[in-house]
Design a protein. Structure first.
Length: 220
């Protein structure tokens, strides 16, 4: 396919502005985008006829989208391709694990944010998988914090009760141990449920990471 002898002035201005707007884009991506736009415009103008009016040319450009729209889509696509390597899925999973296990200390939660950003920008996760990955990370972190904090508080309460703090001396051996056992039973039930929920979140994160890694293998 060859380009027309001369582009309408509106098209020349559009292409020049797009070329300028893509100045900081990867050279290969920039060339592919410009070539694709030229081919599209060539075909659209050919369908109109040899002497398109200014209104017809503008209508074609409007359907194509503004320079900002085309450049923005190109830059987003370029970032997605850069975040589609084999290292992305393992790094995301590692950040999620560090963020969940360290969530009790608050600061490592930054790792979860970093993982969410990578997942959001990468092309390896489908839209619903991005949402599922972020949701599973949050659920995993919350359940981990609740389980650890609950176990710590339960241990302290059980110790205080068993040692008889706040009880008459005669009641310490029997009432203290009985109350401690009842508290442990209730904590165990709730703890099992929370651990199960956290385990499901962890499995979901692993499955999503594996699916993303397999896409790298297929594309490679």
């Amino acid at each position: 396919m060859t380009n027309p002898p001369a582009w309408p002035s509106q098209v020349e201005a559009y292409l020049a502005e797009l070329d300028l707007r893509l100045g900081e884009t990867d050279p290969a991506t920039r060339a592919d985008t410009l070539q694709g736009v030229r081919e599209h415009l060539h075909d659209a103008l050919a369908a109109v006829g040899p002497d398109p009016t200014a209104a017809q040319v503008q209508a074609i450009l409007d359907r194509l989208g503004t320079v900002e729209d085309v450049a923005g889509a190109t830059e987003t696509s370029g970032r997605s391709r850069r975040l589609a390597g084999g290292w992305v899925a393992p790094v995301v999973l590692l950040l999620q694990v560090v963020g969940i296990v360290g969530s009790i200390f608050l600061l490592p939660v930054v790792a979860l944010v970093a993982a969410g950003v990578l997942v959001g920008l990468s092309a390896l996760w489908k839209p619903w998988e991005k949402v599922a990955s972020v949701a599973a990370s949050v659920v995993g972190a919350v359940t981990f914090v609740v389980v650890v904090a609950g176990a710590m508080f339960a241990a302290n309460d059980c110790y205080d009760t068993a040692t008889g703090q706040g009880m008459d001396a005669a009641d310490k051996p029997i009432e203290g141990l009985r109350a401690c056992g009842e508290a442990s039973s209730s904590v165990n039930v709730g703890g099992v449920l929370l651990v199960g929920l956290g385990a499901l979140a962890a499995v979901a994160l692993v499955v999503l990471a594996v699916r993303a890694a397999r896409r790298v293998d297929r594309e490679g």
